[in-house]
Design a protein around this ligand. Structure first.
Ligand code: HEC
Ligand code: HEC
Length: 344
């Protein structure tokens, strides 16, 4: 049995240790469903999640996970689905909104992150409060500001639905829908969200050239940004304080570790598709990439936990700023955001 899968929510002073049906035997999940093999991009490292558990990736499982992702039945007032805050056309972020609206118009206090390449993430949430993709959906499903459900209600709604009874049976060859099965199929859909066909990727595979301006931007990026936003995933997924504040309204990683050395540190976001995932930062404070670049050149606020890399602010000329932005725009993966497989 792997390490415990944990959902912690520092913001809400709540700790949930999952006690999901442990180690269900594979035999009981033997289903006529068709196996699916994920195409792992050749220029990516190995994923951290690879379906070595009892979760068997199947075409039917992914389709069911997708149906659930877009279905408001999983929220208290039946108006909010996962996709209400994670829009496919914006790389599964909530474009233009600093904070997303959950059930009954409730607002959260963090910006909805984009969703792609999740099987490479060692942890989830801006503060890393969730340590495993299979338990990730528990947080939004039960959060007061998001979907505000409890497990009993979720399971009774699903078990009363003829559609879901039939679809779950196709995947698991079993008519009873439980929490583990729901989490498995949501994980299956999330796992398929692989973004690896931006102009940058085509360049990395030797298929296209970058323009001279994009090349200049790439050089600047490799020198100044890549230690944290490391290619090809454009994040190391570590936690850093990138100099937004000296007084931390949101304590970030420290809410989970309870360590003052982690005050104001947040999970480094991937910059893939960053053109589409505005506004930026954990609280959506910047609405454009120009503002973000200005932050790194002129706005770094010193504090005891500020990342070393950022103690000397970056000096970019106007031409260099434009080049950096041009490079960031090569990270937009139109094939990913326009892929019908990820639409309802
Ligand atoms: C009301 C808006 C809302 C809804 C509905 C919602 N999310 Fe989110 N999601 C967020 C916010 C905000 C965060 C960041 C929370 C934090 O860091 O504390 C987040 C974080 C995530 C992350 C972590 C991403 C990362 O890079 O760490 C994943 C994965 C995710 N949500 C999947 C889902 C799934 C699956 C559902 C449906 C079961 C869902 N979300 C429903 C707003 C929402
Ligand atoms: C020391 C690590 C570090 C370095 C170096 C760094 N960043 Fe960041 N970056 C972060 C962290 C951490 C965040 C999230 C901070 C938050 O939300 O509180 C972030 C956020 C961003 C965002 C917002 C993304 C989003 O989805 O909200 C952009 C854009 C960005 N950085 C671009 C850059 C660029 C361009 C450079 C180089 C000039 C750079 N970063 C250098 C750590 C770093």
């Amino acid at each position: 049995m792997p390490a415990k899968k944990i959902v912690q929510s520092g913001l809400r002073w709540l700790v949930v240790l999952t006690t999901l049906a442990a180690c269900t035997k594979k035999e009981s999940y033997l289903a006529p469903a068709n196996d699916l093999v994920l195409n792992i991009p050749s220029h990516f490292p190995s994923p951290v999640y690879n379906f070595e558990t009892d979760n068997q990736l199947t075409i039917e499982g992914v389709a069911l996970g997708k149906a659930l992702f877009f279905d408001p039945i999983l929220s208290n007032d039946k108006t909010i689905s996962c996709a209400s805050c994670h829009f496919p056309e914006a790389a599964f972020s909530d474009p233009g909104k600093a904070f997303s609206e959950g059930v009954f118009g409730r607002l959260g206090s963090r910006n909805s992150p984009a969703m792609f390449n999740l099987i490479w993430h060692p942890s989830f949430m801006w503060d890393g409060g969730v340590n495993h993709i299979e338990v990730m959906p528990i947080a939004p499903l039960t959060d007061f500001h998001e979907m505000d459900m409890d497990w009993a209600d979720i399971l009774s709604r699903l078990n009363e639905s003829e559609f879901y009874k039939r679809e779950f049976k196709k995947v698991f060859n079993d008519v009873i829908i439980d929490d583990q099965k729901l989490l498995y199929v949501l994980t299956q859909f999330m796992a398929t969200l692989i973004s690896s066909n931006a102009k940058y990727d085509k360049w990395a595979r030797g298929e296209v050239q970058l323009s001279p301006q994009e090349q200049q931007g790439r050089q600047l990026f490799m020198n100044q940004c890549n230690t944290c936003h490391q290619a090809p995933l454009f994040s190391t997924f570590d936690y850093k304080n990138n100099g937004l504040d000296s007084i931390f309204l949101d304590e970030g990683r420290a809410l989970i570790t309870l360590n003052s050395n982690d005050l104001g540190k947040f999970k480094i976001p991937s910059l893939r598709n960053v053109e589409l995932t505005y506004p930026y930062m954990h609280d959506g404070r910047f609405s454009s990439l120009d503002e973000v670049i200005l932050h790194y050149t002129d706005g770094i606020v010193p504090s005891p936990t500020l990342a070393e890399e950022l103690t000397d602010s970056f000096q970019f000329s106007i031409t260099e700023k434009k080049a950096l932005k041009a490079f960031l725009l090569t990270l937009t993966d139109w094939e990913f955001v326009e892929n019908d497989a990820f639409r309802p």
